[in-house]
Ligand binder design. Structure first.
Ligand SMILES: NC(=O)c1ccc[n+]([C@@H]2O[C@H](COP(=O)([O-])OP(=O)(O)OC[C@H]3O[C@@H](n4cnc5c(N)ncnc54)[C@H](OP(=O)(O)O)[C@@H]3O)[C@@H](O)[C@H]2O)c1
Length: 193
C-alpha cells in the first residue's frame, strides 16, 4: 500500500500562502543548502520547468511518482500557461468545474475523492504527493499518511491555512527534522493510526 504525503511549504504560523494562497513570499528562502537538499532528496516536487532551469533530472525519484492537486493549486501554473506542471509524475487534478483536462498528461478526478485516493494507494509504485491546497487537504485529511512540512522563517499573521479541515486533533509521530542555512526546517511526521 503506498502512502499519501502532504508535502507542503508553510510559514511558522501554519499558512501556506497569503489570504488568496499566493506563496511567492516564501521564495526568498529557496536557495543554498535547502535547494541542494530538494534537488537531491525531492527533485520530483520541483516543476518540470524548474527542473529544466536547474538542470536536474527527476527520473530517479525516491518518494513520489504521482501528484494530486486541487484545481486551485493547479490554477497557479495553468494561469501562467503551464497545463502540465509536473510532467515527470502522473498528474491528477481534483475538480468539479473542469470537464475536460487542459492537457493530455493530466487526469481529472471527481466524485468521492477519498475513495479515489484509496484506489490509487492500492496501486503499485512510489508514493502519492498531495500538493495542495487547503480545500483538498481538508477533503483528504484522514487519508494523509505522512506530512513533510517545509517551514520558512516568517510569521505571516494570516493567510491560507494548511488545511480547511475542522478541529479534530490527529496524533502524529515525528520521524525526522532537518535545518538548512540556519533558516528553513523540514519536518517529517507519520500519522499515528
Ligand atoms: N505553500 C505551498 O506549498 C502550497 C502548495 C500548494 C498550493 N498552495 C496554494 O494553495 C492555493 C490553492 O488552495 P485552495 O484551498 O484555494 O484550493 P485547492 O485545494 O487547490 O483546490 C480547490 C478546488 O479543488 C476542487 N475540489 C476540492 N474538493 C473536491 C471534491 N471533493 N470533489 C471535486 N473537486 C474538489 C474544487 O475545484 P473546482 O472549483 O474546479 O470544482 C475546488 O475549488 C493556491 O493559491 C496555492 O498557491 C500552496
Amino acid at each position: 500500500m503506498r502512502k499519501l504525503t502532504y508535502f507542503i511549504a508553510t510559514s511558522v504560523d501554519g499558512f501556506i500562502g497569503d489570504p488568496e494562497g499566493d506563496g511567492n513570499f516564501f521564495y526568498q528562502w529557496v536557495g543554498g543548502e535547502f535547494l541542494e537538499y530538494l534537488k537531491a532528496e525531492y527533485p520530483e516536487t520541483i516543476s518540470a520547468a524548474g527542473l529544466a532551469q536547474l538542470g536536474v533530472d527527476a527520473s530517479q525519484a525516491k518518494h513520489f511518482d504521482t501528484v494530486l492537486m486541487g484545481r486551485g493549486t493547479y490554477d497557479v501554473g495553468w494561469k501562467l500557461g503551464d497545463a502540465s506542471p509536473y510532467a515527470h509524475l502522473t498528474q491528477y487534478v481534483v475538480t468539479r468545474s473542469l470537464t475536460e483536462a487542459p492537457d493530455p498528461a493530466v487526469t481529472l478526478l471527481q466524485g468521492d475523492v477519498a475513495a479515489e485516493v484509496r484506489r490509487l494507494k492500492a496501486e503499485d509504485g512510489l508514493g502519492i504527493w498531495l500538493c495542495g491546497g487547503a480545500d483538498l487537504a481538508a477533503q483528504l485529511v484522514d487519508e494523509i499518511d505522512e506530512y513533510v512540512i517545509k517551514t520558512y522563517p516568517v510569521f505571516a499573521g494570516t493567510g491560507m491555512p494548511m488545511s480547511r479541515a475542522g478541529f479534530a486533533p490527529r496524533e502524529l509521530v515525528l520521524e525526522d527534522v532537518r535545518t538548512f542555512d540556519g533558516a528553513v526546517v523540514v519536518s517529517r511526521y507519520a500519522r499515528k493510526r
